[in-house]
Design a protein around this ligand. Structure first.
Ligand code: MN
Length: 354
């Protein structure tokens, strides 16, 4: 998907120099580990090294993009030549994504140009997803749902968290994931009270919760979901906490729509927990946007004053964590619509007992 026109429409500088892999992919649709996406004086460029030569030429064939592949020294020389044009006096760059040493190298390379930070404006372009992007995220979420269903038959007492993680990731791959959206979380027993517990060789046992938080990558886009399941019969307190998290999520999901502010929706969940005596056990934000990156802005948290817009894709993931006892998190992935949401997550949220 070619989006160079968005750089043109931004109209912030005479040239835009895109260095980060996520934004190069967003604006050009071509994934590579090295290169530059440049929009300068009305022209579009993709510069990369010789490893991608054949593929990049085929990708942009008959497109309005000038392609160059060569050694890094050749690429940098071409970049310098292109941007040295006297019609260019300001160059926009990703101040929130490049390193200080990269910026000083660019300044040395082009001493007469003014470098203008435009990172925030570039990220803002990615807040609202287009139809193509929503379709890729939805496909990535379908992979999650299928892998989760398969995994439920696999889990048995005595297995380690690590074994469960390996099987879950295998199922994600088997069902079409080109990669993982992030490092899979599998937490069991007392480990579930740590929201981002590190996977361990702990063996799962009856009467425990298991938290599974995972995501697939599909055509460059991420998905994200969490389910908390019980192995054998849960205690009454476990059921109560599970029910409370589910109710908080339902409140938030019902309030989500274009025009609602992120803070309002976060507060509904937070206030519900507080009213039930668990305000301090809700240890993180309510959710985040998902796209090319697993965590994108805007977020649903106590600081987010953003008004939500049509076609934003967000997670809704309340959780309660009782230190040294257990925790519960339930996470769905949704698309914001004018009148509500489309929930992309199909897996049941009734407490599943395996
Ligand atoms: Mn998440």
């Amino acid at each position: 998907m070619l989006r160079y026109n968005k750089l043109k429409e931004l109209n912030l500088c005479d040239a835009c120099l895109i260095v980060s892999s996520v934004n190069r992919f967003y604006f050009s649709g071509f994934n590579s580990s090295y290169g530059y996406v440049v929009h300068a004086d009305g022209k579009n460029y993709y510069l990369t090294d010789f490893r991608y030569g054949e593929e990049v030429r085929a990708f942009f064939e008959n497109q309005d993009v000038e392609v160059f592949s060569g050694s890094p020294a050749e690429v940098n020389a071409l970049l310098q030549n292109t941007l040295a044009d006297e019609k260019i006096s300001t160059i926009g760059y990703e101040d929130n994504r490049i390193t200080c040493s990269q910026l000083s190298a660019f300044r040395k390379m082009l001493p007469k140009k003014e470098f203008v930070p435009i990172g925030q404006q570039l990220d803002r372009l990615r807040y609202k997803k287009d139809e193509y992007e929503v379709a890729q995220i939805e496909a990535a979420q379908h992979i999650n749902d299928k892998a989760f269903t398969k995994l439920l038959d696999f889990i048995k007492p005595g297995m380690t968290e690590f074994e469960i993680k390996v099987e879950l990731e295998y199922q994600l791959r088997q069902n079409g994931a080109e990669g993982l959206a992030f490092d899979t979380i599998v937490a069991s027993g007392a480990n579930t009270s740590r929201p981002h517990s590190h996977v361990s060789r702990r063996k799962v046992a009856p009467g425990e919760f298991i938290i599974l938080d995972f995501g697939a990558r599909y055509n460059g886009y991420c998905s994200d979901m969490t389910r908390t399941i019980a192995l054998g019969k849960p205690s009454q307190q476990m059921e109560e906490i599970y029910d409370s998290v589910l109710k908080a999520q339902a409140l938030a999901l019902n309030a989500l729509k274009a025009g609602a502010t992120a803070f309002e929706v976060y507060s509904l969940a937070k206030e519900y927990f507080t009213a039930n005596g668990y305000g301090n056990e809700f240890l993180h934000g309510l959710g985040h946007s998902v796209g090319i990156e697993i965590h994108e802005e805007p977020f649903l948290n106590s600081e987010a004053q953003e008004a939500l817009e049509n076609n934003m894709v967000l997670t809704v993931e309340p959780g309660l964590y009782l230190e040294k006892k257990f925790g519960v998190r339930i996470e769905d992935l949704v698309v914001i619509k004018e009148q509500g949401i489309k929930n992309l997550t199909a897996s049941s949220k009734d407490l599943i007992i395996v």
